[in-house]
Design a protein around this ligand. Structure first.
Ligand SMILES: C[S@@+](CC[C@H](N)C(=O)[O-])C[C@H]1O[C@@H](n2cnc3c(N)ncnc32)[C@H](O)[C@@H]1O
Length: 297
């Protein structure tokens, strides 16, 4: 008896059912089992995302090995394919960098200014530096990261998108290696996961570099340094666009009077030259004596 041919649509639905049954975590390029299945099937078969889904799924055996690794090993698809998409653009990714999923590209489209000097702090794969350079074709962009392996990936992406003349990659612990450089726009998606949340991350996140996620006890270890050091690196009218995930409450607790504009639940804009400086609430001192000072005999 001849077996009927399986269409792409059917193969995607079968894959979706298997992913759903495996109770995976989504959030590394898609946010649901159906989209993840479509991505898996189409890319495994070397097809574009707008392929005709009624067509026959040829070489369907190629899908099987990927489903196995996604379900059994919980490897994010982006690492299996060596490719991630952000704002319609493809980036090379591997385990040296976090998988791009920042909300900042959306904010770049709404900015009321066209910056000429941009810094992407904590650049990782270079995705935000590249999207910023494309959004502002007259701008020059510095892109800094502490991780040399991440910078190697960023270099690959900068060259893939033919932006080596406008993007400079720098190894730097935040602003440290930047000297007195000033910018009209700083974008940053720093590590901000709290120590408690790090312990509870779904298995998929364990494939990503810890240095890209861990933000210390309250998640603000790097965010605070960026808030406090950015005014010295911004020209008059310059903006800091900073992503903090679900850390908004922690930021508001640490900077109760800060003039931050929350343009998205995860992203705030800070304009130090037109607003008062943001200063962190210091821990209360014990009454009668300075905390940590020797007790009078
Ligand atoms: C959340 S990832 C963001 C990567 C990329 N911008 C994106 O949105 O996909 C944070 C990045 O910060 C880098 N990083 C961690 N600590 C740093 C530091 N002290 N100075 C500079 N970069 C740092 C990590 O290597 C990682 O690439």
């Amino acid at each position: 008896m001849r077996r009927s041919k399986t269409s792409l649509e059917e193969l995607i639905l079968q894959t979706e059912r298997r992913l759903r049954a495996a109770r995976l975590h989504y959030g590394h390029g898609t946010d649901n089992a159906h989209d993840e299945a479509a991505w898996l099937v189409l890319r495994a078969l070397g097809l574009p995302f707008d392929a005709d889904l009624k067509a026959e799924a040829r070489h369907a055996d190629r899908v099987e090995r990927l489903i196995h690794r996604r379900i059994k090993e919980r490897v994010p698809l982006a690492y299996l394919f060596g490719e991630a998409w952000l704002d319609g653009l493809a980036f090379h990714v591997d385990r040296r960098v976090i998988i791009p999923r920042s909300h900042i590209p959306f904010v770049l489209k709404k900015l009321p200014v066209a910056p000429r000097r941009i810094l992407d702090l904590c650049t990782g794969s270079g995705c935000l530096a590249i999207l910023a350079a494309r959004a502002f074709p007259r701008a020059r962009v510095d892109a800094a990261d502490l991780s040399a392996p991440a910078l190697a990936v960023a270099r690959k992406n900068v060259s893939r998108h033919r932006l080596a003349r406008r993007i400079t990659l720098l190894k730097s612990d935040l602003f440290e290696a930047l000297g007195g450089a000033r910018y009209d726009l700083i974008v940053t998606n720093p590590p901000y996961v709290t120590t408690a949340s790090m312990r509870k991350l779904p298995p998929e996140y364990r494939y990503e570099p810890g240095i890209a996620l861990a933000g210390g006890r309250d998640g603000l270890e790097l965010v605070s340094r960026i808030i406090e050091e950015s005014p010295a690196h911004l020209d008059a009218g310059g903006l800091l666009v900073c992503e903090v995930g679900d850390g908004r409450k922690a930021v508001e607790r640490a900077y109760p009077r800060a003039p931050f504009a929350w343009v998205l639940p995860e992203v705030f804009i800070y304009e130090p030259s037109r607003t008062r400086a943001a200063s962190r609430r210091r821990p209360r001192r014990a009454r009668g004596r300075a905390a940590g000072s020797p007790r009078a005999a």
